[in-house]
Design a protein around this ligand. Structure first.
Ligand code: AMP
Ligand code: ZN
Length: 139
């Protein structure tokens, strides 16, 4: 049995404010929201990250997100939403059970997810594209 906080939520061992569930997926409110209504969508099955999640599960997560996010927007009076996955510790993933953040957003709500963008140096953009394509060819 997984010793994982989201698995414990799935098993009802710790409380959560659930807003959607079916036999394979669960959506509950994030305990520390960017904005009120910020929710987390997870598969009941434990997968650590995107890389270890079967593509069909990712596809289902996208399908459910497309249904739930507008309901969160409707309920909160938000204007828009972010769907975000933090994949890996350096990307901000704190809980190693794959999850989508569904975040209702307002103009000027003060949340800046992508601060600190960097300009490419001379030739760096094309070289980077080349490297990534080579990596794709290797797999
Ligand atoms: P991440 O940084 O992408 O791994 O996101 C993990 C999220 O889980 C954070 O936004 C936390 O606020 C949220 N979280 C952690 N523990 C709980 C909990 N018991 N109930 C609801 N949300 C939680
Ligand atoms: Zn888990």
């Amino acid at each position: 049995m997984e010793d994982c906080i989201f698995c414990k939520i799935v098993r009802n061992e710790i409380p959560s404010q659930r807003i959607y569930e079916d036999d394979r997926y669960l959506v509950f409110l994030d305990i520390s929201p960017v904005n009120v209504g910020h929710a987390l969508l997870i598969p009941r099955q434990h997968y650590a990250d995107v890389d270890s999640t079967p593509p069909e599960v990712l596809a289902h997560l996208a399908k459910i997100a497309q249904k739930i996010a507008p309901a969160i927007v409707g309920a909160t009076g938000a204007e828009a939403y972010n769907i975000t996955i933090n994949n890996g510790a350096a990307a901000g993933q704190m809980v190693s059970h794959v999850h989508l953040h569904l975040i209702p957003r307002f103009e000027d709500d003060g949340f800046h997810a992508w601060h600190g963008r960097k300009p490419y140096g001379e030739g760096e953009m094309a070289a980077t594209a080349e490297k990534i394509k080579e990596e794709l060819d290797r797999n």
